[in-house]
Design a binder for this molecule. Sequence first.
Ligand SMILES: *[C@@H]1O[C@H](CO)[C@@H](O)[C@H](O)[C@H]1NC(C)=O
Ligand SMILES: *[C@@H]1O[C@H](CO)[C@@H](O)[C@H](O)[C@H]1NC(C)=O
Ligand SMILES: *[C@@H]1O[C@H](CO)[C@@H](O)[C@H](O)[C@H]1NC(C)=O
Ligand SMILES: *[C@@H]1O[C@H](CO)[C@@H](O)[C@H](O)[C@H]1NC(C)=O
Length: 511
Amino acid sequence: MKLFLLLSAVGFCWAQYTPHTKPGRTSLVHLFEWHWADIALECEQYLAPNGFGGVQISPPNENVVINNPSRPWWERYQPVSYKLCTRSGNEDEFKDMVTRCNNVGVRIYVDAVINHMSGSGVGAGTNSTCRSYFNPGSRDFPAVPYSGWDFNDGKCKTGTGEIENYNDPYQVRDCRLVSLLDLALEKDYVRSKIAEYLNHLIDTGVAGFRIDASKHMWPGDMKAVLDKLHNLNTSWFPEGSKAFIYQEVIDLGGEPIKSSEYFGNGRVTEFKYGVKLGTVLRKWSGEKMAYLKNWGEGWGFMPSDKALVFVDNHDNQRGHGAGGASILTFWDSRLYKMGVGFMLAHPYGFTRVMSSFHWPRHFENGKDVNDWIGPPNDGGVIKRVTINPDTTCGNGWVCEHRWRQIRNMVAFRNVVDGEAFTNWWDNGSNQVAFGRGNKGFIVFNNDDWPLSVTLQTGLPAGTYCDVISGDKSGGNCAGIKIYVSSDSKANFSISNSAEDPFIAIHAESKL
Ligand SMILES: *[C@@H]1O[C@H](CO)[C@@H](O)[C@H](O)[C@H]1NC(C)=O
Ligand SMILES: *[C@@H]1O[C@H](CO)[C@@H](O)[C@H](O)[C@H]1NC(C)=O
Ligand SMILES: *[C@@H]1O[C@H](CO)[C@@H](O)[C@H](O)[C@H]1NC(C)=O
Ligand SMILES: *[C@@H]1O[C@H](CO)[C@@H](O)[C@H](O)[C@H]1NC(C)=O
């Protein structure tokens, strides 16, 4: 009885922190702006066979069609209704994606935009992805329906109705974020409409939510919404499973609103992670990889079991959100692969891999003036993701998750899941190495001179294939071979001019 109570208490309390990925699958990939039909195919053809746990999708609900500028990616952060009808597909296509991904054990996580509706200055009409009428001026969104009573205009105390001061938590929660009409989440009616939307998604089979702009909602209001949610669909999830929740809270320190206020609701995005890792790999501010020895809580990050971590996201890869120059992206591919490799090898946090589209980046006075550009499209219609003979993507899709180095590190993380952080080595500079129990070992050389060293790996004796420089297929290795002796030691040599100056070996890359 006592044990039962303990187990059910643990199950209940920890549920929303658990991603419900299939056992042995430990990462998400954000397929930013992909069409649902392409995500369904990607689940079946690539993500399941390569051990990806799930997909974060772009917001699936109806949004404003912005024509000036032409169809920016951020129009999807301006809801018009909760109809599943966007440039990524309609409700049938959405259901087909969720079903097919779940059937191959890949989970779907929805980017839930529930803090606000459209911008206040958008003209009334039916310029929305499903042609629903809306009138931001009169706060009328009949397709939900929401009316003037359902927004925070009366509650916000600034003259402009906008957030003017981030040091005032009331403004940040009750006023408009960049003109977006702020929903009155203290009202049970609003909470119920949002919960109805999220429950529709849960019933369809989604496993959880990224909650957009969580910092701009009171944690208690969010909890009231989350308390209304159904358990996950038992066609794919154990009875009693709660949706995985990760909240977008940008807390780099120095503001009154803290990530920790949101821990009761679920996990929280740890924005310090990418900012700091980028600073270290770029060797800015006197940082070096040797300092990564106590990476994680030791760097002032939130507790690992509350953290959702990433090297870059769709905002800060283009200077939005907590964008800083230090953020590593596919534009700096050499450092980026090292950064993602480090993240996936290190035990801290639940990891999300970014998968982007190309845009014509153009800097004026240090700012990318093309930071608004939306996904590859033909006259507004999102282009399909084509796959090249070498397994990379075409049509303007970057597909970082298909880069060998990143795909193989997703597998590395699965293999070392649950193993301790062990056998740290560094040269006091930017040459570092660490193991994960007796399952995996990784070595980096981010110094300006070669590395040549004998290290204790913790691995059983044998010949291992480095999964960064090549793939193991059958008994063959297309990359560097590493010999581990019976005392678990191995010699590593990494040129500082190598395209990928890191080596990773694990139990399943043993030849
Ligand atoms: C809807 O979009 C079209 C095409 O850009 C534009 O001409 C029209 O003015 C828009 N309507 C409103 C009400 O904004
Ligand atoms: C769960 O998913 C199945 C398969 O799509 C569906 O038939 C069923 O109605 C869903 N359950 C709920 C509670 O909606
Ligand atoms: C770093 O490593 C290299 C060779 O691995 C070594 O020569 C050097 O002394 C080490 N330490 C520093 C601080 O550079
Ligand atoms: C490492 O290299 C040294 C020198 O070549 C050699 O004596 C030693 O056996 C090697 N160790 C392993 C584990 O291969």
